[in-house]
Design a protein around this ligand. Structure first.
Ligand code: PLZ
Length: 439
């Protein structure tokens, strides 16, 4: 078998530089909460392939369902010859997503595609064009979703021009705006009313807890206030639950924690245990505003991906993975708080369920956005963790957030070992003495 070094050399001559990888190790196998690389090195997985393998890698039921489906048929195109699995996934989505009302779903391949379609549907249903998004938002890498995404580097730099009629307003970010949820919502709504106009808004699109933007948890009351404003203004309230969904935050969907019932909800990632599948689910009258043939795509709701989704959902129900996510928080949070007490660079420990984060700053320093971010320290901790065999991801507009996204099926001893490695990785901070390095 080729080594990681061999593969890395081959990659350099064949794979586009724009597609980069966090670690230079190549995967051989992966399971519940672990991964093994081709060099035989073991890893603890605190990333789940960016919140995808919530049921673990190669989860037994998913493997079995995929194998059975592949043997029956691999593709017919739902727009040509439909099949039960697609319908069954839409039924599950109607049941699992918040809101006790008539719903419809449409299936796609990636999160970005789901977000694009949610915007298409909202515009069609309202006859309006403006889409409101938030500071630090991440919604994808296609042209429309780049426009919806806040962070320029690496996602948008040099890729314009971007789609129009996108308006960005302030996100509730308690560490940095110091506002309660109601105040932060009033501020954002004021921006919308002044700069967009309530009657022109087709959709308000928000991640209930921001993902790539830094695991930003809005202050309580922010989401419900925006949802209420949207309803009043006749705008479609869209929750992007692509990263937060499917038990990640300790509920099936993060909106539930604040009793918010979005008009539309986008899902992907955790939905199918690692196979590419995404969905837009929402109020029947909004979804069905679109004419027949107006939505679709060759592979959307591919039967193998749908079979994987049905097995994934069954696994989540059987193992009660929402409860597992809450248990992960119970184990991890005390240790993360202890770590924060030891390292003044950790300005905040936040998150919900198995979506947890540490935000790193330069102790005692304050800038225009509040505490001064420390991306250099963040990168140093992540690098040290990788050296120790812990797959640890970072995020944030300022690149200064360490995020924990373990598979929800992670074994107690793996979680414990992962947290110990994280604690050890923080020892690297004592070695970062160059202020501002890496900026
Ligand atoms: N909406 C909330 O988190 C994907 C992307 C990583 P796709 N996040 C990880 C990267 O660098 O590309 C995401 C998300 C939210 C939309 C998306 C987009 O989902 O399946 O990557 O298209």
């Amino acid at each position: 078998m080729p080594t990681s070094a061999d593969l890395h050399r081959r990659r350099g001559a064949a794979v586009a530089r724009g597609v980069s990888s966090m670690i230079p190790s190549y995967v051989s196998t992966a399971a519940g909460g672990t991964m093994t690389d081709v060099d035989g090195r073991g890893w603890i997985d605190f990333g789940s392939g960016i919140a995808v393998t919530n049921v673990g890698n190669a989860a037994p039921k998913v493997v079995e369902a995929v194998r059975a489906q592949v043997e029956r048929f691999t593709h017919t195109c739902f727009m040509i010859a439909p099949y039960e699995q697609y319908v069954a996934v839409c039924e599950q989505l109607a049941e699992l997503t918040p809101g006790d009302f008539e719903k419809r779903s449409a299936l796609f391949n990636s999160g970005a595609e789901a977000v694009e379609n949610a915007v298409k549907i909202a515009r069609h249903a309202t006859g309006r064009q403006a889409v409101v998004v938030f500071d630090h938002a991440y919604h994808g890498r296609t042209n429309l979703t780049m426009a919806l995404t806040a962070k320029v580097m690496p996602y948008k730099h040099g890729f314009g021009p971007f789609a129009g009629e996108i308006y960005r307003v302030a996100m509730s970010y308690p560490l940095r705006d110091g506002r309660g949820g109601a105040d932060a919502a009033a501020y954002a709504i004021g921006q919308i009313e002044k700069h967009v106009g309530a009657t022109d808004v087709a959709a308000v699109l928000i991640e209930p807890i921001q993902g790539e933007g830094g695991f930003v948890v809005p202050a309580a009351g922010f989401l419900p206030a925006l949802a209420a404003w949207s309803r009043q203004a006749g705008a479609v309230f869209i929750a992007d639950e692509i990263q937060t969904g499917f038990c990640r935050t300790g509920s099936w969907f993060a909106c539930e924690d604040e009793g918010v019932e979005p008009d539309l909800i986008t899902t992907a990632k955790g939905i199918a245990g690692g196979l590419p599948l995404a969905a837009v689910t929402g109020r029947a009258e909004i979804m069905d505003a679109v004419h027949p043939g107006g939505l679709g795509g060759t592979y959307g709701g591919n039967p193998v991906a749908c079979a994987a989704a049905l097995a994934t959902i069954e696994t989540m129900r059987e193992l009660d993975l929402a409860a597992a996510a809450r248990r992960i928080a119970e184990v991890a949070l005390p240790r993360l708080h202890a770590l924060a007490a030891k390292h003044p660079q950790i300005a905040e420990v936040r998150g919900r369920g198995a979506m947890l984060a540490l935000e790193l700053v330069r102790p005692g320093e304050s800038g225009p956005d509040g505490p001064v971010p420390d991306p250099a320290a963040t990168a140093a901790v992540a690098k040290a963790a990788h050296g120790l065999g812990l797959l640890l991801l970072t995020c944030g507009t300022y690149g200064n957030v360490i995020r924990l996204l373990p598979p929800l099926v992670i074994a107690d001893d793996e979680l414990d070992r992962g947290l110990s490695l994280l604690e050890q990785a923080f020892e690297a901070l004592t070695d970062t003495t160059t202020p501002g390095a890496g900026k």
